[in-house]
Design a protein around this ligand. Structure first.
Ligand code: HEM
Length: 193
């Protein structure tokens, strides 16, 4: 997971840090990214923090040996990655390629990303570690949509499905299964306990 997250973070940093906006996407998306450059750059570079920091937050060893580091990385993850990246992601969702289906998919993803982040924060402020952990797992499952989206895309191209058809479906497929897997993992842990 950490490997894939860092891979997508590297892709985003290179493509949006070095190339002109929307260099590797559909020509309609390129027009949108040029029109809403602040929105897409805030989204990409904000959300990058979540992908870069998120995977290490689940390391029990790091939490036990460097609790202050976990706290600061968590603040950056939530404050820059999720809050900044999520608000800009919600803004970009209104302009996403793929019509109402894609826009609703990305929009709901953004709302859930922001709200699970808020619930995780409130839980830890209230001292409820178990609830904080569950909300963070859900939140990172949503962060991981940035990875699964980029696994679905080449998969759909390889199977010959037109991008215009695949993209609205992928706007949902990139995050709904991630949340289901997170919930199944909670249930398995509960049964095993
Ligand atoms: C989990 C919540 C997220 C939401 C709601 C979201 C939403 C969006 C939206 C709406 C777009 C524009 C799509 C279009 O124009 O059709 C976009 C593009 C993009 N997002 Fe996100 N995103 C999320 C997470 C992330 C994360 C964690 C990253 C990591 C860096 C990321 C990186 C990108 C990149 C690089 C693009 C430009 C498209 C590309 O070059 O592949 N997103 N996102």
């Amino acid at each position: 997971m950490a490997f894939l997250s860092l891979g997508v973070a590297g892709y985003a940093a290179f493509v949006y840090g070095v190339l002109p906006p929307g260099s590797l996407v559909h020509s309609d998306m390129k027009v949108t990214y040029n029109t809403h450059a602040t929105g897409i750059y805030t989204h990409v570079f904000g959300a990058l923090f979540a992908l870069l920091l998120g995977p290490w937050q689940f390391s029990m060893r790091l939490r036990a040996s460097r609790p202050l580091l976990h706290r600061w990385m968590g603040r950056l993850y939530l404050g820059i990655g999720v809050l900044l990246g999520g608000i800009a992601g919600l803004y970009m969702a209104f302009h996403a390629f793929g019509g109402i289906v894609a826009r609703t998919g990305f929009g709901l993803l953004a709302v859930l990303w922001l709200s699970t982040g808020l619930l995780a924060y409130l839980a830890i402020r209230a001292g409820d570690v178990a609830s904080h952990r569950r909300w963070m797992v859900r939140n990172f499952a949503l962060t991981f949509a940035a990875v699964t989206l980029r696994l679905w895309l080449p998969g759909s191209v390889a199977s010959g499905i037109a991008f215009e058809v695949a993209y609205p479906v992928i706007a949902w497929a990139c995050w709904v299964p991630n949340l289901v897997v997170a919930e199944l993992a909670f249930n398995r842990d509960r049964v095993a306990a």
